[in-house]
Design a protein around this ligand. Structure first.
Ligand SMILES: [Zn+2]
Ligand SMILES: [Zn+2]
Length: 154
């Protein structure tokens, strides 16, 4: 399992191999020591049960995808088709817009899920079975607040 541990101080993403995760890592940006408590399930890529960074057991699943990329494809498609539309080539305009949306859909569908820790936003990628639910804003609000007051950020 690949883990991207999020530094509690500066939010830098620190890549860690689940199988040989050390007892502590040092943040490359701010120098903070971050102790890792890696569970057996995480080490063996079986499941994400406990977050190595904050110890939390609440996770959500999201597509491993940067929404900005998809948006760019659609915007470029829209601009190009607007150009054709302007010159009276409606059919070409619509088909370009359609294929941009289609490309987006195909890319999105092929993406794998990644697991994210509600509290510290540490990310997990691996062959394990995804069991966490989809993102819930209310849960995120409650758990982030709890975590941030615990580490003294608020
Ligand atoms: Zn840091
Ligand atoms: Zn966490």
């Amino acid at each position: 399992m690949e883990i991207v541990a999020k530094c509690p101080t500066c939010d830098a993403g620190l890549p860690v191999h689940g199988a040989d995760a050390p007892a502590a890592i040092k943040c490359g940006r701010c120098g903070r020591e971050i102790p890792l408590t890696t569970s057996e399930a995480v080490r063996q890529d079986v499941a994400v049960d406990h977050c190595p960074v904050c110890g939390g057991a609440d996770f959500y699943i999201r597509k491993d995808f940067d929404p900005r990329i998809g948006l760019t494809v659609v915007i470029i498609g829209a601009l190009v088709s607007a150009g054709f539309y302007w010159f009276g080539r409606d059919l070409i305009a619509y088909s370009i817009l359609g294929s941009a949306a289609l490309i987006d859909l195909v890319v999105y569908g092929r993406l794998k899920d990644l697991t994210v820790c509600y509290r510290c936003h540490t990310e997990f990628r691996g062959a394990y079975e995804r069991r966490a639910p989809a993102f819930d804003l209310h849960t995120a609000d409650v758990l982030e607040l709890e975590y941030e007051s615990r580490i003294g950020r608020r």
